[in-house]
Design a protein around this ligand. Sequence first.
Ligand code: FES
Length: 321
Amino acid sequence: MANELWNERVQRAQQITAERKGIDISVMLPPRNPSADGSTHRAAALVAEVVSAPVVADVIAQAEAVVEAATPVAVAEASAPASEAAADRVAAAKAKAAARAASNGAPAAPAPAAKPAAAPRLAPAKTAAPAEAAPAEVGQSGMNRREFVTYAWAAALGLVTLEGGLATFQFMYPRFKEGQFGGKFSLGAASGLPPAGDPPRADPDGKFWMVTTETGPKAIYMVCTHLGCLYKWEQSNNRFECPCHGSKFSREGFYIEGPAARSLDQFIVEVEAAGVVALTTDSEEGAIPPTVPSPDAEIRVNTGKRIQGKPAADSPAKGTG
Ligand code: FES
């Protein structure tokens, strides 16, 4: 009895395997003859007894059903007729196991429904679409830790480079606001300038003396051309005098006497009238102020552009003090 069950199960397994792999069952080796030797016979008898046990048979039947149900969905879809046949075989195997268990006195396992196998196995194939789309969503919006650190370093490096470039540009080409030393100072209409012959007017913020000469307005830098002291206007002597080493300069900024090597420096004055701008120009004789065409002309001093005074030896005021 045990041998018959064993042979039947082996043949059944061969048949199922041949159907799945699509090979001819006739080329497969016949089952081994359990009577060839005593050990094989005993082993086969033991296996048959174990297999025929009610609990083991039921477990084997359920395992077959689980393996069948776990067949990949793609394979199930590609070979739907074969899967349906396999499901029928599993159901038949389960029914047979239940009948065998009942004949051995064990409580029969509930027989599964014969045909729901196709629909439940195909159902996961429909729900598999979102699972396949998930990696694409992660690839589009997700970022692993290494990528995040790389991007963060690149952004920080770019920011530092940009700030360094801006700082270098500002150092090489400084820009000053109006009214800030280094920028332009608006003095209003020309009528507001000190009259010709009057004492110079100091502008401490712009660091210049504003003076009106016979040829035009001048903005004279307040720093001595000797060693950089701030000279003063001496009304009693009608000239500029440096308290540090005694250099003296005329009202127009020309060198008179002292250790200074040149006349005083001047900033460029802009005179704008009717949309036309005239500027202080440089020449061999010294800075030439712009002419003022009308009292309402706008006067500006550009402290960012300075014209150096001419050598003391060339000063028209040398030795006049
Ligand atoms: Fe003015 Fe020396 S700094 S004379």
